[in-house]
Design a protein around this ligand. Sequence first.
Ligand code: CIR
Length: 258
Amino acid sequence: MTQFTRAIVRPPAANFADGLTSVDLGKPDFAKALEQHARYCDALEQCGLTLTRLPADPQFPDSTFVEDTAILTPGAAILTRPGAASRAGEVAGVEPTLRQLFQRIHAIATPGTVDGGDICQIKKHFIIGVSERTNANGARQLADLLVQEGFTSAVVDIRGVSGILHLKSGSSYLGDNRVVLIDALADHPAFSGYAIVRIAPEENYAANFLRINDQLIVSAGHPKFESAVRGFGYPVIVLDMSEFQKMDGALSCLSLRF
Ligand code: CIR
């Protein structure tokens, strides 16, 4: 399992509610979102990570979802080209920090688009989701860059899967060869070599969680999933993510881990 020592985070800006969303869960409460973000940062620190805290950026209401701006490997950062026009400028805001922290910087070039949320790492292998945000050209560029960095990859087309924005809205690597998947992805051949842990449909949002070294961070309100992973013996931190869920965001979206 990849050992992480650091993460980059950015709190939501006051206009967070103006960001993109496809769900109808109401308007997020800004004070509550800030509080949930602070608890999220506490949890990452509790897992042993040193945080680089970027300032809130009201130029981009979705900029708290830093995961979408880069793919990180131990030696290199790959800058993405987010698929939503309103988010394209977010990468420039993260790039100087990544240049300080990484020896090698690569970038997805036009006409490719990639959102970090579409990239699910499983050991030395990456599953790349082609979605409304990540296009086939971006997926190909990313696969080539990952080969240069010593990683393999496979593509999963999620454009026909309803209810998920990104691949990682419906899949995450748990560790120990176990992959957690929503039903719609459970039979995809890209995941055939792993032990599949299926999410109960009413708990689909829980498919996005974080494995940070020996700990799991899961979203509150998903008792079946929580008890399944506790049953596997993982220590679990539970976080309320309600305000981020209203903006189509989940646990992994709020940080870049490396
Ligand atoms: C968006 O639609 O782009 C944001 N409101 C949510 C992005 C979530 N990011 C992620 O899953 N990595």
